[in-house]
Write a protein that binds this ligand. Structure first.
Ligand code: ASP
Ligand code: MG
Length: 419
């Protein structure tokens, strides 16, 4: 059994969707579970619908939603051979959302976000499943909300592994008896009360890894529009190099430091069962791609991760007393309470520094909470440069003439906060 994941960019146009049958035809004798994201930028567009609805601008919400409907119907009609009666499932999903949009919000924003945004993957998978069935790739469409059971922390729902595993055993394995392919959604799930939930933005990679783990898959392949994993973002570094092989730990580190390669939660379910991950290019499936597995990989090029929009928070103890354990403990508890990730941290005698992603609301809450112990000052608009497997000359040329605000070195990694 294999698990494939196709991201939004791989299904963002008629031409790209039409290239799927060719990719899948090379695997006709395999059982494959396929996870597909919402098309292109649909999730962003649905977020805007949820926002308009929640601020009670129902007409704007409906107008925005109509555009999303039209985009999907246009794609569907552009796929040949012509669809026959496949529209009723789409119509049902549209109606689900329209019911909500004609009402008033009586629940929290995150709840509505999940009810609305989750339709993106339901639409894309319905359209693509029907298209593949018409194109000689028989497959069974599956509503992942019947399988992935989560808690009700909307927008960052936690999977109930036990319940989900039981459902996979009871319901998914039997789906593979006739067509070799089961096609379903990433990113979404459902509570015990049948409310839609989402696992966090870009969560489809993670969904695919959960399936791979629970189905004991031979491997997981994530299909992307790049050759594989690179040592830097090729949009910013044209000389970025392709990496043929990586170990799980390296990818976890890359994701932690902010490389937009794979959703950070993807690796653990694979690593736990020693399932290799391939990152391959759907534009040229013959390219080898990157293999990620447990074998320790040495002699890697310097891996470069750049995070923009960083804020450095200075926390100076009020009466110039030592920050000490109590002050540090207080900071950690605030970070954990507001779910703020510290991208870099440094402790001094009377001052603590913590570098975080710019987020006015969260930083405001942190500053307010810390106010009893610390004088708080912010430095905004900074850039955090992380280099793993650094070489002196690479580091120096990356920093150039920029001002270094803070720097931290370990054996593998250098982090430099720059203005
Ligand atoms: N469609 C969702 C998003 O754009 C999930 C994903 O693509 O992984 O965040
Ligand atoms: Mg995506």
């Amino acid at each position: 059994m294999k698990v494939f994941k196709f991201g939004g960019a791989s299904v963002n146009s008629i031409a790209r969707i039409k290239s799927l049958p060719d990719i899948l035809r090379s695997y006709t004798h395999e059982k494959i579970l396929i996870v597909i994201s919402a098309m292109g930028k649909t999730t962003n567009a649905l977020e805007k619908v949820a926002e308009a609805f929640y601020s009670q601008k129902n007409e704007i919400a409906i107008e925005r939603f109509n555009q999303i409907k039209k985009d999907h119907l246009d794609i569907e009609s552009g796929l040949d051979p012509l669809p026959s009666g496949s529209r009723s499932r789409l119509a049902d999903f549209f109606t689900e959302i329209e019911w909500i949009l004609h009402d008033k919000p009586v629940n929290g924003f995150d709840y509505y976000y999940d009810q609305i945004v989750s339709i993106g993957e339901l639409l894309s998978t319905s359209i693509i499943s029907d298209f593949l069935n018409r194109s000689g790739i028989p497959n069974q469409w599956m509503d992942v909300r019947d399988i992935f059971t989560t808690d009700d922390s909307f927008r960052s729902a936690k999977l109930d592994w036990q319940k989900t595993s039981a459902k996979i055993e009871a319901e998914v394995s039997s789906l593979f008896s006739e067509p070799n392919i089961v096609l379903t959604q990433g990113f979404i799930g459902s509570t015990d009360e049948n409310e839609n939930t989402t696992l966090g933005r870009e969560g489809s990679d993670y969904s695919a890894a959960i399936f791979a783990n629970l189905l004991d898959a031979d491997d997981l392949t994530i299909w992307k529009d790049v050759e594989g994993i690179m040592n830097a973002d090729p949009k910013t570094f044209p000389e970025a190099q392709f990496i043929r092989e990586l170990d799980y730990d390296e990818v976890i580190e890359m994701a932690f430091y902010g490389a937009q390669v794979i959703h950070p939660k993807t690796i653990k379910p694979l690593q736990n069962k020693n399932i290799p991950l391939y990152v391959k290019c759907f534009l040229d499936p013959n390219l080898p791609g990157t293999k990620i597995h447990s074998k320790h990989v040495t002699r890697l090029p310097s891996i470069i991760v750049v995070k923009q929009n960083q804020t450095l928070i200075h926390l100076r103890s009020k009466d110039f007393s030592f920050v000490g354990e109590a002050g540090t403990a207080r900071l950690y508890s605030i970070l954990s309470r507001f779910q703020i990730q510290a991208n870099l941290m440094q402790t001094g005698a009377v001052i603590l520094y913590v570098c975080v992603d710019e987020d006015e609301e969260k930083i405001g809450k942190l500053a307010e909470e810390a106010d009893t112990l610390f004088d708080v000052e912010l430095e905004k608009g900074l850039t955090l440069l992380t280099v793993r497997h650094y070489r002196q000359e690479v580091l120096l040329s990356l920093i150039g003439s920029r001002e270094i605000i803070l720097q931290q070195w370990s054996r593998e990694t250098v982090q430099t906060l720059l203005r």
